[in-house]
Design a protein around this ligand. Structure first.
Ligand code: UD1
Length: 345
């Protein structure tokens, strides 16, 4: 049996895809989630893909007695991938304390327990949001961290600092992975993004509009300084992203890191506008999307895409899937959801 990896936030979008990739690479997965934004049924679907059911426990990391009890039972963990966090930018502006409490207390409790049980490897789920509006594009890991535009973004920045400071004074080794825009779904069509309520992010909004759950997509602004006037993002397939986590864990377990704390951008290195994204969706789905141009969304960065040189070179990892493949997989997942895939299990 392979080494045991704890995945927090394991029933979430990126967490579930990473559990599959870990299992397929021979690791044993211990999966936890507080199920505040997901369902345990995801573990059934994960098991269908990998053929193995990961151990799962419902756990709120900000509940200190609960996390202590959990680690007392599972002290033979070799490494942790920490996804568990709230991630809705708008909600974080409205309820900052909810975000600081959940995202920061959860991390601090986790790090305390890891120290007590001598678990020395952590992969942290960070975001390109830490760069704000970058001065130079593509943006590399040396670019300055700008003042966060939301409490959500701030929790990512503070979390990175907490982890870096802890690495400096303990046995902890950690890697922060700064994601650009993860989209798409597993090729099996069995797992994907599962937004509760109205989606905030572009691609679930596109697929929900195409399937008829939403009447119209709003394109937030066409007056940006970009070729077609809409914002540019670096969209990365969630499976490519998940694979990078497996590589990061392996890098630490095999002692290949160059320092105790490392940071890598995870993107494709290519930027696409909102309109290009819509066009790619229409091409692969053959559905004409109902959309209109509206006002800008406050806080949106006009353009950002990654310099992935460092991740490509040091991790030996590269995103492989292109935009059309990403959109096709997101569409397959939306259609599966509509056909009741979650109710059937
Ligand atoms: C942002 C953060 C990201 C964070 C994520 C969490 C940045 C650069 N990125 O992603 O770190 O993890 O939120 O939710 O700060 N759009 C529309 N109509 C819609 C939805 C989106 O036009 O209904 C446009 C947005 O204006 C944007 C693009 O689509 O230009 C992507 O938006 P979205 O999917 O929400 O991601 P980000 O805001 O880039």
């Amino acid at each position: 049996m392979g080494k045991k990896i704890l995945v927090t936030g394991a029933t979430g979008y990126i967490g579930s895809h990473t559990v599959v990739e870990l299992q397929q690479s021979g690791y044993q997965v211990i999966a936890v989630d507080d199920l505040s934004n997901s369902t345990e049924k995801i573990m059934d679907l994960v098991s269908k893909i990998s053929g193995r059911r990961p151990f799962f426990e419902k756990l709120d990391l900000s509940d200190e007695p609960a996390i202590r009890a959990f680690f007392a039972e599972h002290s033979d963990i070799s490494g942790v991938i920490h996804f568990a966090a709230f991630k809705a930018v708008g909600e974080s502006v409205e309820f900052p304390l909810k975000y600081y409490r959940n995202n920061l207390f959860g991390l601090i409790n986790l790090l305390n327990c890891m120290q007590e049980h001598h678990i020395g490897h952590l992969v942290f789920s960070s975001s390109c949001t830490v760069y704000g509006e970058p001065d130079k594009l593509p943006v590399n890991e040396k670019a300055p961290v700008k003042k966060a535009l939301s409490p959500y973004g701030n929790t990512k920045q503070i979390s990175e600092e907490i982890i870096e400071d802890t690495c400096g004074v303990s046995d902890l080794k950690a890697i922060s992975l700064r994601y650009f825009n993860p989209i798409g779904a597993h090729e099996s069509g069995l797992i994907g993004e599962l937004p509760i309520g109205v989606p905030n992010n572009l691609v679930p909004f596109i697929t929900q509009t195409a399937i008829g759950k939403r009447s119209k997509l709003k394109v937030f602004g066409q007056d940006y300084n970009t070729p077609d006037g809409t914002c540019i993002r670096d969209y990365i397939h969630v499976t490519d992203l998940a694979k990078a986590h497996v590589v990061a864990v392996k890098r630490m377990l095999e002692n290949q890191g160059e320092s105790r704390y490392e940071i890598f951008n995870l993107g494709t290195g290519k930027g696409y506008s909102v309109l290009e994204t819509i066009k790619a969706f229409e091409k692969v789905s053959k559905v004409k999307l109902n959309y209109e141009i509206t006002e800008r969304r406050p806080g949106d960065v006009p353009k950002v895409w990654a310099d992935t040189t460092y991740a490509n070179l040091k991790l030996g990892w590269k995103a492989e899937k292109g935009l059309e493949e990403m959109m096709a997989s997101a569409w397959k997942w939306e259609k599966n959801l509509a056909s009741g895939i979650l109710e059937q299990i």
